[in-house]
Each structure stands twice: as structure tokens, then as C-alpha cells.
Design a protein around this ligand. Structure first.
Ligand code: DAH
Length: 342
């Protein structure tokens, strides 16, 4: 009897030792189930031992029985703990109450936002958005816009030429779109077109050799300067606010006659004069005018039968005024701390 008892005790100790050694090594719930079956399952070692209790003498039975049961409980509760931590780990993957892993969402570049806003205003005024081309030829960038080879104003618009094929260049103004559209289509036309332009300007706080313009024009029978004023007044009030004033200043552009530069009352000082408007009270925002008869002739329109207006504005300039940005270079440096503010 004594031997039996010692034998069982030894066996229990061994089982205990093995169990803890094995449970330490497991790495999956499946392995845990296997161990559970091995020790306390229907055919498990402890279960077998418990079944064998009936072979012991009645006075031995309770004592040995308690030892076996104690170990069974110990193993059971340990298995429960381990399975809890497994389900916690597993649950973690699927716990829909845990906050997700956020990837930061980007947003549109401030220049794109301004272009979209300008286009939206003109779309509501029945203008159609078209895309121009950045690579142009001399004819479309200059001649067709009534800027002859030897014309002094060509200097201001001069640009980057491609080495091959020769005579191709990066457009210096979006006014080229006027020609491209009129060559293909007949009036009535109401067009708006945004895009990049290129000039060999030295870069500083207000100049960049690459910038963006929006060109707009309308051609029909009997389009007048009054129509131009009405459209621009509507645009300015939607873009900058109803209280903003507008003025036309006589100017010269080769492709319009008459031509004007259009100013708005300073957004900061409201016309009283401040450092933003150089004490003038006004800010220049675009060039405009009535399309020159020679431009119509170049595209095969009869200037006696049709008339039209055109205007062009710098997107960076508008964005700088709207957001009160002092340096044009900020738009192109890709500094996320700057871009995130818009
Ligand atoms: N293309 C001119 C420039 O780059 C802007 C401009 C002025 C466009 C008058 C026009 C216009 O359509 O009528 O400075």
C-alpha cells in the first residue's frame, strides 16, 4: 500500500512537472487543446489515474483521490488562464471596439483648391472647362496671339525652348488655349482653362519660373465690354466676397483691344492702404480685354461678325491674396507643415 501511494505521488509529481514544461512551450490554441486532452481529457493521464482509484483500498482512496484532484484543478485553472490570454490575443485582431490604425488622409494642394474654386464659379456661369497643352509652338504662343517675332512684349513672355524638336517651347501663358479652341470650334464659346505656364524668371518671393494661370474667354455675336465687366464682377464677388470692389485700369496686351488690368479693393485694409497693397488700397488680380480682331483673323473668324472678351489670372497670386501667403516658393517646396494648413 505504502508503495502504491508513493508510486502514485511520484507519478503525480512527474505529471505536474511535464505539464508545466510542455505548457511553457506552446504557441497556439491548438497546441493547448492537445495538452488539455493529454492530461485532463477523457483519456488523459489524470483521468486515467482517477479511474484507477477504485483499485485502491477504501482508506487510501480519499487521500490519493484528493491529491489527484488537486493536481487536476491546478492544471485546469492554468489551462483556463492560458486559453484566456490566447483568446485575448486573438480577440485583439477582431475587437471592433478597439480604435483602428489610422493612415493619414491627404488633401488637395492649395493651388488645386483655388483652381477648382475658380472653375466652379465659371461653370455656374455656363463656361466649359477645357485642358490646354503645356508644350506649344511659337505660332500658338506668340504669332497667333498677335505677338510678332520682333515685338517688344515678346521679351516679357519669352520662355524655355525645347532643344528638339526645334521651335517647340513651354507655353508662357494660357492664352494659347484661346487659339487652340477657336481653331477647332465655332462660336458661341464660353471657355475656362487652368494650367501651368513657364517663364525664365529668377525665383524670389513673388516670382517663380513655373506657375499657374486660368484663362477665360467668351466669343459670340455682340459680346461687349459690359459683358466682360458683369462676368468678372460676379466672379470677384463669389471668389472674394460681395463687399469687395473692382476697378478696370487701362493697359496694353497685344491680343486684346481695348485691354485692362483689373484690380480689387485690398482684402486686408479694405481700400484704406496697407503694406499688402503698398498703400494703394487696390490689388491687381488679372488682365483682360476685348479679343483683338487680328486674333480672330488668325483662327478664321470674321471680326465683323463676332466679338469676344478674354481674361487671364495668376493662380498663385489669387491664392496668396486669399490665404495671406507672403512667399510664392512655399507652394512648390512640398513642406507638409505649410500644405497642411489649407
Ligand atoms: N496672358 C496674359 C499674361 O500672361 C494674361 C492675360 C491678359 C490674358 C489679358 C488674357 C487677357 O486673356 O485678355 O500676362
Amino acid at each position: 500500500m505504502e508503495r502504491d501511494r508513493r508510486g502514485i505521488k511520484e507519478r503525480l509529481d512527474k505529471i505536474r512537472e511535464e505539464f508545466f514544461a510542455q505548457i511553457k512551450e506552446i504557441s497556439s490554441p491548438v497546441q493547448m487543446q492537445e495538452i488539455k486532452a493529454r492530461y485532463i481529457g477523457r483519456k488523459g493521464e489524470l483521468t486515467q489515474l482517477l479511474k484507477g482509484l477504485k483499485d485502491l483500498s477504501p482508506d487510501e482512496r480519499p487521500h490519493i483521490g484528493r491529491l489527484v484532484n488537486d493536481l487536476k484543478k491546478e492544471i485546469q485553472s492554468f489551462i483556463q488562464q492560458v486559453s484566456l490570454s490566447f483568446s485575448f490575443l486573438q480577440g485583439k485582431k477582431e475587437d471592433i471596439t478597439l480604435p483602428g490604425v489610422f493612415s493619414s488622409l491627404g488633401h488637395l494642394h492649395p493651388l488645386t483648391q483655388v483652381i477648382n474654386q475658380i472653375e466652379d464659379i465659371f461653370k455656374r456661369l455656363n463656361f466649359r472647362v477645357v485642358e490646354g497643352q503645356e508644350i506649344e509652338d511659337e505660332y500658338h504662343n506668340f504669332e497667333a496671339l498677335n505677338i510678332p517675332l520682333d515685338h517688344p512684349s515678346r521679351d516679357a513672355f519669352d520662355t524655355f525652348y525645347l532643344s528638339s524638336p526645334e521651335h517647340l517651347l513651354l507655353r508662357s501663358q494660357t492664352s494659347t488655349v484661346q487659339i487652340r479652341v477657336m481653331e477647332k470650334e465655332k462660336p458661341p464659346l464660353r471657355i475656362i482653362s487652368a494650367g501651368r505656364v513657364f517663364r525664365p524668371d529668377a525665383t524670389d518671393a513673388s516670382h517663380s519660373c513655373v506657375f499657374h494661370q486660368v484663362e477665360g474667354f467668351m466669343v459670340d455675336k455682340e459680346v461687349s465690354l459690359a459683358n466682360l465687366k458683369a462676368i468678372l464682377a460676379e466672379f470677384i464677388s463669389q471668389m472674394f466676397g460681395e463687399e469687395v470692389k473692382m476697378r478696370f485700369r487701362a493697359h496694353y496686351f497685344p491680343f486684346t483691344e481695348p485691354s485692362a488690368e483689373v484690380d480689387i479693393s485690398c482684402l486686408l485694409c479694405k481700400g484704406r492702404g496697407c503694406s499688402v497693397c503698398a498703400s494703394k488700397g487696390w490689388l491687381e488680380i488679372l488682365g483682360a480685354g476685348m479679343i483683338h480682331p487680328r486674333v480672330f483673323e488668325k483662327v478664321g473668324y470674321d471680326p465683323e461678325k463676332v466679338s469676344g472678351f478674354a481674361f487671364g489670372m495668376g493662380v498663385e497670386r489669387i491664392a496668396m491674396l486669399k490665404f495671406n501667403i507672403q512667399d510664392i516658393r512655399l507652394f512648390f517646396e512640398n513642406d507638409i507643415r505649410f500644405l497642411q494648413q489649407f
